[in-house]
Design a protein around this ligand. Structure first.
Ligand code: B4P
Length: 182
């Protein structure tokens, strides 16, 4: 069973949903940069104050800031892990590569959760989080296409990419992921 996984895909593809299911079933660390940042906002910490408006506008927070969060969590962890929502651009890929070299671990599979734009827009509007309004979703999608989508080609070239059709029911999608992890 592969232990070092990354979930890649547009906002609303279900990265967080599937990463939570798979990490719970395997007792892996679920490292969601979005979730950790939202926690800081809820607790109204200095960090939370810094990122609140950026996140509510659908922009990416600074690479250094998310790197600090990722490093701390990976270095304190002694089990398998799933990176959810990180890396989101090529600079974050380079930082992650350096960190993995430092802790002597390797990424084993990158799951690319693919879903049509209209399905994810509807999902996010139904959820209705602070950053789930029509204008912010459009901005998040644009940022995804400009910054994150190139990572698909990058990981494909490294033969790490596994394609997942994320337009379906939860169970079918997790079964597909589990089968590809084996
Ligand atoms: P994230 O928290 O990563 O959220 P996301 O990409 O919007 O959603 P995800 O794909 O995880 O969807 P989910 O499972 O929740 O990012 C939020 C913000 O944080 C970013 O915009 C950015 O500002 C900041 N950020 C995070 N990481 C960063 C980084 N590395 N660098 C810089 N900034 C960063 O699913 C969405 C909805 O669909 C849910 O309601 C769910 O219940 C539903 N759903 C899931 N699967 C379904 C299915 N199969 N069928 C029907 N509904 C489904």
């Amino acid at each position: 069973m592969k232990k070092h996984l990354l979930f890649l895909g547009p906002p609303g593809a279900g990265k967080g949903t599937q990463a939570a299911l798979i990490s719970k079933a395997n007792n892996y660390l679920h490292l969601s940069t979005g979730e950790l940042l939202r926690k800081e906002i809820d607790l109204d910490t200095e960090l939370g104050k810094k990122v609140k408006d950026i996140m509510n506008n659908g922009e990416l927070v600074s690479d250094q800031l998310v790197l600090d969060i990722v490093k701390k969590n990976l270095e304190e962890n002694n089990k398998g892990w799933i990176l959810d929502g990180y890396p989101r651009n090529l600079s974050q890929v380079n930082s992650l590569n350096e960190e993995l070299m430092l802790i002597n671990q390797q990424l084993e599979i990158v799951f690319y959760l693919d879903i049509p734009d209209e399905v994810l827009i509807n999902r996010l509007l139904m959820r209705g989080r602070k950053d789930d309004n029509e204008e912010t979703i459009k901005r998040r999608l644009q940022i995804y296409k400009e910054n994150t989508q190139p990572l698909i080609e990058y990981y494909k070239k490294l033969s790490l990419l596994e394609y997942i059709n994320a337009d379906g029911d939860l169970k079918t999608i997790s079964a597909d992921i589990k089968q590809k992890m084996a």
